[in-house]
Each structure stands twice: as C-alpha cells, then as structure tokens.
Design a protein around this ligand. Structure first.
Ligand code: DON
Length: 578
C-alpha cells in the first residue's frame, strides 16, 4: 500500500514552487505528468530523458538524499521507463564534484566512476570476422554475441559509496514502476511496434515489450520479470545481479543464443573509480571522464585547439566559428581513431595529445576560409606511443554536489536481446571495439590496435559526462547521448554558454553540427542559415543534413545560486527540481 501511495504522490512531491517552462505536454503516465523543458529551482534539480525518472530523482532529493542518491535512483527508474537506453544490462560513466567539508572552501572532491562493459573472457580480436576476414557487423550489433559484460549494477553500488540514503530506498521506485506499470508514450508505442520483429528475432523468450495487438500511447507497460530482478538486487546488492538467480538467467540466455558471457565473467566484473580528466579553459575547470571514454580527452583537445582564437567575436553559427570548430573536431577525431582505447590495456599518450605544443602544431595547417582534408589531416605524430542510444542525466543538490551520468546499451534497445526470465535488455557494446582496423562501427568510427578486442578489455566510448567548475564550484552539469557526436555536442554546448553567452536553452536547443574526421563531411542539423551553409560549401566542405544531434541535459548555476535546469527539446526529456 505504501508503495502505491508513493507512486501516486510522486507528481505532488515534485510539484513545487519552481519556475517552469513547458513546451510540450505528454500523457505518458497514468498519473498524468508534464514534460518540463526548463525550470529554475533553489534546492536541487534533475534532468533526464524521461519525466518519471526525473521525478523519482527529485523525490529522493526531497527525502534527504544527495545528488549521487538522486542520480542512482534516476538511473534505476530509467532502466524501467526508458528501456531504449536506461539499463541494468549496459554500462556507463559517472563524473561528480562532491562537497567535502574537509577541503578548503570552494574545493570539492572530483570523482569518476567507470562502469563500462567489458569484453567477455572468451572474446578475441577476430571474433566478428568471417573465415575469409570479412567483418560480420550483424554479430557485433545485434543479438547475444554483441553484448559486453554489463557494468551498470556494479557502477551503481560503487557510486552509492558517495550517497546518503540506503540502496533500498533508491531502488524502490524502480521496483514499483516495473511491478505496477506505467503508461507508455506515443513515441514508446511506435518504437515497440516497430521493433516487434527484432525482439522476436533476437530474444529467445517473448519479452514484455512485445504486444500481440499493437501498442498505443497510454497503454500500461508492466515488467514483472524486471521487477523480480530489481528485488533480487535490493535483497542481495550487486550479488543479486552478478551471482545467483540473475547471473544464472543471463548465462542460460547466452547458451540459448550462442552468446559467450559466463558466470565467471559476471562474478569478476567490478566498476572502477578513476581519476577524472581535468583541464582549464579561460579560468573554468572542465571535469570529464578519462579512458575508456574518449569524451574527456576529445573535449580537452577541441577546446584547447580554439582557445587562442577570438571565437566569440565571430558569432554563434557564423561560418568562421563553425569552420574553426569543425577543424578542431576533425583533428581530435583523427587522434581518437589512432590513439584511444582502454588505458588498462593500451598506453594512451594522454599528456602528449593534450600538450600545448602538440595542439598548436595540430592547428598549424588550419586555413581560415578553406576546408582541410581528412586525407591530409592524419592522426598526429606521436613519437613511439609512450611505452546513436544512450542517455544522460544531470543532477545537482543544494549542498554543492553535482553529478553527470551517461549510460547506455549502445544503440536503441542494445542487442535487442532481453534476458529470459530476468526482463532486462543486454547491450550491444562490443560494436564499440574496432572489429577490424579501418572498418567503421555503427557510428562510422574507425580504430585499430588501441581499441582492438581483448578479453576483459573495455571498448572505447564517446560518452562525455562533464562538469564545469567556476571558482571551484559547480557551474555547468552537461552531457548527452549520440554516439560519436557526444563529445562535439558537449564541446559546442559549453562554447555556446562560455563564449557566445547564450541562454542555456538556446545553447541546448539550437542546431548542432558534427565532424569526426572520417567520413570527411560536416553533419548539420536542420536550421542553419542558408548563408552559413553556402559559405561552408564554398570553403570546400561537404555538408550533409541529418536528424537531431544528441539530447543534451544541462544544469547551470545562476549568479544568484539558483539552478537552471534545461532538458533537450529533441525528445520527451524533462527537468524537475525543487
Ligand atoms: O559509448 C559509446 O560511445 C556509444 N556506445 C554510445 C552510443 C550512443 O550514444 C547512442 N545514442 N544515441
């Protein structure tokens, strides 16, 4: 009874005196809630891809939890209400700035938690090649063999070390949402209906997402098996996932579908705390994820490559500004292909790649008004290497704790394989490895030795959860899904705010662009002026219009210390606060 009351009261718990901007209203839940695109609040805020998940996060803050507690509960809720990317069977990264009373004023503890999936013990370099050496991307992108060993549950427990509330409290809303169900949106209904054949093809037991009659918006999705899995985690902690019944169900699923994840792989998986990747930009401190995410390093390279140029005087979306940023993107992504991979397995030359001298040299052949060429812009010279579905959430609380989490199954609904009897989707993250040197993955990214498959290795990621500090205190919490477009979206969002002085909503909602070295094209969202487009073409760029880039969630701390939380308007993403 208590649980039902909690769910019924959720919307009331968060309906408080925040200033809100509603740009769309969606009936996604039987309790009717609104998608909120912008709020300004005093006590704490959560922005995520689903309004119910953001509401869960804020309810946890109101119960006395801190930003880490809220981020954990929001992720668990997303695993239920946003199965396209929210997950138990995937992985992710958390970057946090935590208030620490033991440190001098204005200083906080910087934390990075890596719960990226790992290649199973039986994985090997050529596992996605045919006997004649042809890449078999169907195997790396769908079904049982595409899954890495999931990291999320271990990551949530590693994160919980920095929380205040018991894990029982954090997981209960997710259990309730799975058990009692929630009303799906039109968008969800279309996705489940569209993927019905895939689910039937890649699952060995019919999952909850398959409806014999077609789904429609407002239908209730109940996930009984998932609620049982969540209860086992509640009861037994991480062992409730990596050992016992859940592990047995995963391994049985693997056996039915010719997958290779074993009980030992699951038992051995451990999330890892790492040193965040930190750099300065014009007095701001940018805190990001280190390897195995390329995100922190790419944003570092791109921002430093433009730091000495008067970009703010060029103006937002001016051909000069877009060209400069595109050329920084091109050069950074060339380095990604060559040098970046799991640093536990491959020596990534981080200090060389970010040295002032190196980045100056990289931009030495930049010619304003003329496109460079990816055949000539090779990865940089590093002398003897020193021996599109994911989801992001941004959270802040009144005590100076800020948390950025990006988590994923890789593309939408991951491998499309639901673990029979356990009710959660497995990732298809193995495709983020380089399956063969020079063969593009599903995001067009290529790689080589640095990102080759090895047992126990983590595949290179682009996920870029980022916190920007000003005077040591949280200023921006930012991140997005979008495959290889993630670092460029984070780069542009930060530059939009810091250099172009844009409002947070303009910084997030206005069209973005992307260049990733290969293919040698500038991808533009709809909405660039004809003048900018034609000037770029005249400079020698191949431009291609494409669908929405990312779903960026930003929290900005205003001069009056209030929190301005903005959800991307490219989806049903929603900002909540109090
Ligand atoms: O880790 C990565 O870089 C990818 N697996 C992220 C995939 C992604 O963002 C898809 N979202 N649209």
């Amino acid at each position: 009874m208590k649980k039902i009351i909690f769910l019924l009261l959720l919307p009331l718990l968060v309906a408080v005196s925040c200033k809100t901007t509603k740009t769309s209203t969606t009936l996604v839940d039987q309790y009717k809630y609104d998608v909120q695109k912008k709020i300004v609040c005093e006590n704490g805020a959560v922005v995520s891809a689903h309004p119910l998940a953001s509401k869960v996060g804020v309810a946890i803050l109101k119960m006395g939890g801190n930003a880490v507690d809220a981020a954990i509960a929001t992720q668990l809720a997303l695993a239920v209400v946003y199965p396209n990317a929210g997950n138990l069977g995937g992985g992710g990264f958390m970057v946090a700035r935590l208030n620490d009373a033991r440190l001098p004023d204005g200083q906080g503890k910087l934390v990075a938690i890596d719960y990226r999936e790992k290649a199973p013990g039986k994985a090997h370099r050529d596992m996605y090649l045919s006997p004649t050496g042809e890449p078999q991307l169907e195997l790396s992108q769908n079904g049982h063999l595409s899954s890495g060993v999931p990291g999320t549950v271990s990551g949530l427990f590693e994160s919980a070390k920095y929380g205040k509330l018991s894990f029982d409290k954090l997981i209960q809303p997710a259990i309730d949402l799975a058990e009692k169900g929630f009303a799906i949106s039109e968008r969800d209904a279309r996705a489940y209906n569209g993927l019905k054949d895939d689910f039937l093809k890649y699952c060995t037991q019919t999952p909850a997402f398959v409806n014999e009659n077609l789904w429609k918006g407002g239908d209730i999705l109940i996930q009984k098996d998932l609620s049982e899995t969540l209860k086992r985690i509640k009861k037994n902690g991480a062992k409730g996932f990596y050992e016992g019944e859940t592990a047995r169900l995963i391994v049985e699923e693997m056996k039915r579908g010719k997958g290779i994840i074993t009980l030992e792989d699951l038992k051995n998986y451990k999330a890892t705390s790492r040193e965040p990747h930190v750099f300065d930009y014009k007095g701001y401190k940018i805190v990001g994820m280190p390897m195995p995410s390329s995100g922190g390093l790419l944003v570092h390279q791109m921002m430093k490559m433009i730091e000495d140029k008067p970009i703010s005087s060029y103006g937002f979306h001016s051909p000069e500004a877009v060209q400069l940023m595109v050329e920084a993107e091109r050069r950074a992504y060339a380095d990604r292909a060559q040098f970046m991979g799991d640093a536990d397995f491959y020596k990534v030359p981080v200090s060389k790649l970010t040295s002032e001298k190196y980045l100056k040299e990289r931009m030495a052949d930049f010619i304003p008004g003329k496109a460079s060429n990816s055949e000539q812009v090779k990865p940089g010279e590093i002398p003897a290497v020193e021996s599109e579905e994911t989801t992001h959430l941004s959270v802040i609380d009144k005590d100076g704790n800020a948390v950025a989490v990006t988590t994923t199954l890789n593309n939408s609904y991951g491998s499309k394989t639901v673990v029979g009897g356990a009710g959660f989707l497995l990732n298809d993250e193995m495709d983020d490895f380089s399956v063969k040197p020079g063969v593009p993955n599903m995001y067009g990214a290529i790689g080589g030795e640095a990102n080759a498959i090895m047992p126990g290795k983590r595949m290179l990621s682009s996920m870029t959860p980022t916190i920007v500090l000003k005077d040591g205190l949280p200023y921006l919490v930012v991140g997005t899904p979008g495959g290889t477009t993630i670092p460029t979206s984070v780069f542009q969002t930060i530059i939009n705010i810091i250099e172009f002085n844009m409002s947070t909503e303009d910084a997030v909602w206005k069209p973005k662009f992307h260049h990733q070295w290969l293919p040698d094209s500038v991808y533009l969202e709809k909405g660039f002026s004809n003048e900018t487009k034609s000037t770029l073409i005249n400079m020698g760029y191949k431009t291609r219009e494409r669908s929405g880039i990312g779903r960026t969630e930003v929290i900005k701390v205003l001069p009056n210390k209030k929190f301005e939380a903005v959800a991307d308007n490219r989806g049903d993403d929603s900002a909540e606060g109090w």
